[in-house]
Design a protein around this ligand. Structure first.
Ligand SMILES: [Mg+2]
Length: 198
């Protein structure tokens, strides 16, 4: 029998941690623009590197994608529902996404469908889009909210929250294949995270 560890405040990213964002995005892109991207091709967090376009063009496409049914109906990442249900029993969970504030209604709806009442609060950092005056870093939020552990897939966000958090779980993805050092730990699944945090 394991001894139950102390309750933690855990920050959870949304896209590609809970919501299967990139697979949904490139399926939409392939159908809309006649491309044939696969998961293994997405080796950069910066979509313009993959699509071979400018940042402005990539942002414009993402803005379009946000409002599609494909995005609204995106599925949860495999194992995320069970993982969040398990973690919630022993810890406080806070959702922190770099998405813009204007997606709050859509995001809340999606979360209510797949992760009903699982999060203490939901925060948008407006990292790429939205009101620049409301732009924050994820580490600022961690400091303010007392987040001790973070689950993330974005390389820059992982490095950022690692300046504040005692533990950062980097969800293994083709776009984050850099060498990582504590407090960042690479994980391959939600089961892996639950096992390390129980
Ligand atoms: Mg993400």
């Amino acid at each position: 029998m394991h001894t139950q560890k102390k309750k933690k405040i855990i920050g959870i990213d949304l896209d590609d941690v809970l919501l299967d964002f990139n697979p949904t995005l490139y399926a939409w892109h392939n159908a809309t623009y006649g491309t044939s991207f696969e998961h293994k091709d997405v080796t950069s967090y910066f979509i313009e590197d993959i699509w071979k376009c400018t940042r402005a063009e990539a942002v414009a496409k993402i803005v379009d994608f946000y409002l599609t049914d494909e995005h609204k109906n995106a599925l949860p990442v495999s194992g995320a529902v069970q993982g969040i249900e398990r973690l919630r029993k022993n810890h406080s969970l806070i959702l922190v996404t770099s998405k813009p504030d204007y997606l709050r209604p859509l995001t809340v709806k999606w979360l209510e469908k797949h992760f009903p009442a699982m999060f203490q609060s939901i925060h948008f950092t407006n990292h790429w889009l939205g009101d620049k005056n409301k732009r924050r870093t994820k580490s600022e939020l961690c400091r303010r909210l007392g987040i001790q552990v973070f689950v993330e897939d974005g390389p820059a966000h992982a490095l950022d929250v690692a300046t504040v958090c005692e533990q950062v779980f980097l969800f293994n993805r083709p776009w984050n294949q850099m060498e990582v050092f504590p407090p960042i730990v690479r994980v391959s699944s939600w089961e892996d995270i639950v096992q390390k945090l129980q």
